[in-house]
Design a protein around this ligand. Structure first.
Ligand code: ADP
Length: 901
């Protein structure tokens, strides 16, 4: 009897051997010596992970219970490999051109990089696969136990849980070591693939070895075996036709959609032509694996006690006949089946979990985005590794929870049906351009829910407590909704019931959702890519006729150069081609023109890549395109920010320059002002000094001054002093007005009174010249809110100026008052003098501006400046009215004072 310890040792050495093989293959691949690592034999063998422990151990148990029905799990994939290889070829081509990394990635990419779909498929895959991983752990643990039981003298009686834990940990280590070595775009894992190819050989040898032993060792050759089978209860089992067909289709569907199968079929595929070899070789492998299942089951039922578990016949039969070498080989075969499946499943699932759940969350936490690529790399690797550990931990916990008691086949069926829900979205996505994201989400959700309700939930059995009532009476007594008799469909096999309902409703929801919703541009683009993958992924570089859909081109062109521009371009081309409508033929000439046009917006390389995407030639994934578009958008934003900043800088600089100019101007003005003032002051001062000196000297001289001269000189001194005082008063007044420190006495008054007062004030004290006044007194009766004294001051100034400067024979002043619509008053003072020359009109309101230097009336050029300041302070405007014959000034005043002005 084989010692249990020896078995553990064999198992450990086998594991070490696998590690070594994987390591060696990885090293070879790193050195670029791929050779047969990339052969079609390795590819075909790697597909054998389809045959898990379920197939290795479970198939015999399945056959012992249900006869030939077990064959369905082999027939499904055979059917796909032989009859549907064109689907596989399409998947492989899409996987390569789009750099697809998993089923979730395929579905999410096809439907416009949808995050929702990625997450949905990932969750579905994890939920569907976890029981399956648990199943593998269980079978390894069970097979150890078989040896423990068969070997009572052994020192160790293995604890199932412990064994499963160790196996899980070891597998996690392997998957992490060889599954996350690099993050190459093609995601190929040479170490892992080589190791599982080796395991494929071991499990084949194990099962066939046991089979040969059973037929020729225990039995008496083929003839004897056939009689045994005929006599066995296995051949008496009635085959349910519907169930048989359903299960075959189900296995076929699962073969396409299982994450681990997708990993080896599509992701790890090195060359498309390997598919052709696998197309006949893999069905042969499956045939070999299934050939001896019935004989083993029949003989097992025959010779082993009725209590022994049919799932373990492959082990217990050789043990019973004390074939230790064979038993060990068979054990290693089972071990291989379980481990290869778990490793690949863990890698596939971790890729999905990491890419569709962990990374998006991580990125959303890092608002500033991932800038350094090295940074992201390490995070991706870490998240992959943690995901692998997580997936295996999940499998282990499920194993502990489920108690490891169920028949292996049941779990396999549930898992298959769950993951098969991806099929409608997958096939629809690669064959039907009309399939949309909404449809895919609807289909998956409906299928997943129906599956969970009709299959997953009932699988908990009585353990869940509530399931029995639910199964018998439906939720809340709604009998139509009983999980295994949905909508009153009764008497159907539960598996058939669940498969048909879930897939039918799934497909229905998918079709309906796709028909009623409208795809986004990315979806359309991706749809075209996926459906027409063979048209697009040729290797020609120049544009060939008719490979591109004009509509796709238009969609893309609109995104790049704007809807209007694009439509114009297409319409013009269509017209030139003499075609109706707006869609021209995608002729090579047109493509070239379009490329040039697009290059203007996005650069030549990008434009070529983008067109290549649609029109064939170069392989660029839409993800790349989006990245390019993102980059461009960012650049645009950045440059517009820069533009804004530089505009702001320019504005600030302009303001500074203006301020500086103003300061310079002010400083010049100040200098001019000071020199003006000193000049204005000096003139009277000089005469005062001169005449006072004369007076003083006159008093001292022997010859006294005559009284006439005395009066004249003192009169001059007096006048000059007065002029000086007035000048100082004016200056003071002006500075007060200019500083805005003036306090105004607002009151209501009649404009007529103010004008009257001003006329009276100017009438007196002036030598004989009479001033004729023309006015319409009636129109002057307007109530106005103003500072009466200040307004009168303005009027006095203007009237005095006429008196001073109007050189007409008969000086006449006309005062016109007008009331404006906007509640303003317009007062014009115009005389019949020579007026003010045009080039001087703009400066007369400035301080010290005089037309001639004759200070004949003692004017220092401050009068109009003061007027302007007063009127401005009163809320109005004063301006010179040109073209009125003589000098004319217009004052515009608001009638009512608005506070806070
Ligand atoms: P001043 O105090 O010297 O009168 P103003 O500021 O009142 O200074 O006037 C500035 C100049 O505008 C005067 O020197 C004069 O030459 C010219 N001016 C003002 N009013 C008239 C007018 N009605 N007719 C001709 N020239 C005038």
């Amino acid at each position: 009897m084989l010692s249990f310890n020896l078995l553990v040792l064999a198992c450990l050495s086998y594991a070490v051997f696998l590690f070594a093989v994987a390591f060696w293959a990885e090293k070879r691949a790193e050195r670029g010596q791929l050779g047969w690592l990339r052969s079609s034999a390795i590819y075909t063998l790697s597909l054998s992970i389809y045959c898990t422990a379920w197939t290795f151990y479970g198939a015999v148990g399945y056959a012992a219970r249900s006869g030939l029905e077990f064959a369905t799990i082999y027939m499904g994939p055979t059917m796909v490999m032989i009859g549907w290889w064109w689907i596989l070829r399409k998947l492989v081509r899409i996987g390569r051109t789009q750099r697809i990394t998993s089923v979730a990635d395929l579905i999410s990419s096809r439907y416009g990089k949808s995050t929702t779909l990625g997450v949905l498929v990932t969750v579905l895959a994890v939920v569907g696969t976890t029981p399956y991983i648990a199943l593998q752990l269980q079978s390894v643990a069970l097979s150890f136990a078989v040896f423990g039981v068969a070997n009572p003298g052994g020192l160790v009686v293995p604890d199932l849980n412990n064994t499963a834990l160790w196996v899980a940990a070891g597998l996690a280590l392997f998957a992490i070591l060889f599954g996350t070595r690099n993050l190459d775009a093609n995601e190929r894992h040479h170490g892992v693939v080589t190791a599982i190819a080796l395991e494929a050989v071991v499990k084949f040898l194990g099962l066939v070895g046991v089979g040969i032993f059973v037929v020729w060792g225990i039995g008496d050759g083929v003839g004897d075996m056939l009689t045994r089978i005929d006599a066995s209860p296995v051949s008496k089992v009635n085959i349910n036709g519907t169930r048989f067909i359903t299960l075959t289709i189900l296995s076929g569907a699962a073969f396409l959609t299982l994450p681990r199968m997708f990993q080896v079929l599509v992701v790890e595929n090195a060359e498309e032509r390997h598919l052709f070899t696998a197309g006949w070789a893999f069905p042969l492998y499956l045939f070999g694996m299934s050939l001896f299942v019935i004989p083993i089951a029949v003989v097992g039922l025959d010779v082993l006690p009725a209590t022994s578990n049919p799932d373990m016949f492959v082990l217990t039969l050789p043990l019973k006949y004390d074939q230790q070498g064979l038993a060990t080989l068979s054990f290693l075969g089972g071990f291989s089946s379980a481990t290869s499946m778990v490793i690949v499943a863990a890698i596939a699932l971790s890729t999905m979990v990491s890419n569709h759940i962990v990374m998006p969350i991580w990125l959303s936490f890092r608002k500033d985005g991932a800038t350094m690529s090295g940074d992201v790399r390490s995070v991706v690797l870490l998240s992959r590794r943690l995901s692998i550990a997580g997936v295996l931990a999940l499998g282990y916990f499920y194993f502990r929870l489920s108690g490891g008691s169920e028949a292996l086949a049941a779990i396999g069926m549930i898992s298959f049906t769950g993951i098969a829900q991806v099929l409608p979205a997958m096939l629809g996505g690669i064959f039907w351009r009309g399939a949309t994201r909404t449809g895919a989400i609807a289909g998956l959700l409906v299928g997943f829910t129906v599956w969970a309700y009709t299959m997953f939930l009932p699988s908990f059995g009585d353990a869940a407590g509530f399931t029995e009532t639910l199964l018998a009476h439906g939720p809340f007594g709604a009998r139509l909704l009983r999980p295994q008799a949905l909508f009153g469909v009764m008497g159907v096999d539960p598996v058939v019931h669940a498969v048909v309902w879930s897939l039918a409703l799934n497909t229905g929801a998918f079709l309906l959702g796709s028909l009623v919703s409208f795809p986004r541009p990315v979806e359309r683009l991706q749809g075209a890519q996926f459906v027409n993958v063979f048209d697009h992924s040729g290797s020609t570089r120049s544009w060939t006729h008719g490979t591109a859909e004009a509509e796709d081109l238009l969609v893309m062109a609109q995104r790049i150069i704007g809807a209007l521009e694009a439509q114009k371009l297409f319409q013009a081309e269509a017209e030139a081609q003499g075609k109706q409508g707006y869609l021209p033929d995608a002729t090579p000439q047109f493509l070239e023109r379009l490329e040039r046009e697009l290059a203007g917006s996005v650069g030549a390389a990008t434009a070529h890549a983008m067109l290549g995407q649609i029109a064939g030639g170069i392989v660029v994934s839409v993800e790349d395109l989006m990245a390019v578009a993102d980059e461009t958008a960012q650049m645009l934003e950045h440059s517009s920010q820069l533009e804004q900043q530089s505009e702001e800088l320019a504005r600030t600089a302009r303001k500074l320059r203006e301020a500086n100019d103003k300061l310079t101007e002010l400083s010049i003005q100040k200098d001019a002002f000071l020199s003006q003032i000193s000049h204005e002051l000096r003139t009277p001062m000089t005469s005062i000094r001169a005449f006072s000196e004369i007076l003083r000297d006159g008093g001292q001289s022997s010859e006294p001054m005559d009284s006439e001269s005395l009066t004249r000189f003192s009169g001059i001194i007096h006048d000059e002093a007065r002029r000086l005082t007035r000048l100082l008063d004016d200056l003071l007044d002006l500075s007060v007005l200019e500083n805005g420190q003036v306090s105004l006495n607002w009151s209501r008054t009649n404009l007529h009174d103010v004008i009257k007062r001003a006329l009276e004030a100017t009438a007196q004290g002036l030598e004989g010249r009479d001033l004729l006044i023309e006015r319409n007194a009636l129109s002057e009766h307007i109530a106005i809110e103003t500072d009466t004294d200040r307004l009168a001051q303005v009027f006095i100034n203007l009237i005095a100026n006429v008196r001073k400067y109007c050189a007409n024979e008969v000086p006449t002043l006309r005062i016109t008052v007008r009331r404006l619509l906007n509640d303003h008053i317009q007062i014009d003072f115009s005389d019949n003098g020579i007026g003010i020359p045009e080039h001087k009109q703009s400066v007369i309101f400035e301080k010290f501006s005089r037309l001639s230097d004759n200070a004949k009336a003692g004017g220092a050029g401050l009068g109009l400046a003061i007027c302007r300041e007063i009127v401005t302070n009163l809320g109005g405007r004063i301006s010179y009215l040109p073209g009125q014959g003589g000098a004319a000034f217009r004052i515009d005043l608001p009638r009512v004072h608005h506070k806070g002005r």
